[in-house]
Design a protein around this ligand. Sequence first.
Ligand SMILES: [Zn+2]
Length: 465
Amino acid sequence: MGFYAEMHHLSHQQPRYNPYQAPRQLQGVLPGSSCRFQPAGGEGAGLLQPYCPVPSAPAAPAIDATSPDPLKQEDVGDQPIGCGMYGVVWAVTDPRDGKRVALKKMPKVFQTLSSCKQFLRELQVLIFCKHDNLLSILDVVQPPHVDYFEEIYLVTELMQSNLHSVIYSPQVLTSDHVKVFMYQILRGVKYLHSAGILHRDLKPGNLLVNSNCFLKICDFGMARAEEPDELAHMTQEVATLYYRAPELLMGARHHSSAVDMWSLGCIFGELLGRRFLFEGKTPIQQLDRITDLMGTPSEEAMQMACEGAKAHILKGPKKKPAILKLYAMSSGVSRSAIEFLSVLLELDPAKRISAHNALSHIYLREGRLRYHTSLCTCCSPFNTPAYAAEFEPIAPCKFEDAYEKNLTSFQKAKETIHRILQEHQKDRENPLCINPLSGVFNSFIRIHPGMKRRGAHRHLFDPQE
Ligand SMILES: [Zn+2]
């Protein structure tokens, strides 16, 4: 069970997924707003506290001078909810407004130049993206002087669960749920792609959801800007195996936003059938699973494939597409669902549907209506509903990653990260820091990534890696 799911277990009865219910009505029942989690000891009692600068001793932890009795600061409800390769995630309370937020502790950023670069890209994407269906960064914990800068703490929105936990839970998942989820994933992906950002690790574990069905895409650790030069070599080590596009499995040296669209197809199939659509143990087996269902790729679709992959495909028997098998996946699978699935799972990346075009597919019509009647923040919910002019907005400009070229050394990368975090803090009246007097501080410090590889945020399951 993932941490997010566990959190449910610990705190509440299983939430009911009801796409018809307005979010405002639900506010009182979400764990984030439940009084159970309010800090008992007032300001500074939890892991996060307002920052007090101590200029003479930059490495020393800030002291919480506002708290009357630090020893009474227990039972604040701060708790770990996720753990992955790069850090741990805690559900904590922002002392400034009492809101529940996610605090991501990343102790392993400053190991190598490439780990710095990867983090920097994730940070830049998080700062760049301003869209309801993409997880956003709310704050960062004030970094100490650069010489003492060891760990990074990001504050993001707190969500209750993720689609992986939902799919593999006993909860009812109707076609209405699937539609409203798929609509929101595509809405977020359209924005990313319009900014020229490839996510490259879309999977149910990276799709966070709340009990009202609101969905946000997270984990931009694999993301990067589009590479317009088709001759430029890009890494093939992207996307968790089950969601990896056939062109990547066939060794293509260059890839596009089409790899995300493939992952969306796999996620859609998994939502419908509540099991993995293509479950290979190795990249070759994964490719075989795909061709079993989608048929042998055409010459055109294999244009970007390496010779070894082509030879592997051609030595086998010519397979016919068997997509009609998908009707047997689940009782409620409609014709338009299968049609939609097959345009996402187009073997030729050049012909695969784009996020922009996918959003006009008839299958998503009800999901769009439902989202904009009860979940969105863009339309007016009052007696005479006024719909937004643009249901699926695009990014105002392209995401730039030119800064990466200047990151020639570890030290430069570290300084750049420090500068960006400080800039992010610049206009804050009341920045945050970690409260060493918090009752859970010791366990917060003790839990190291890699100890338990589970949780929602990163590498929820990694069949390959
Ligand atoms: Zn709207």
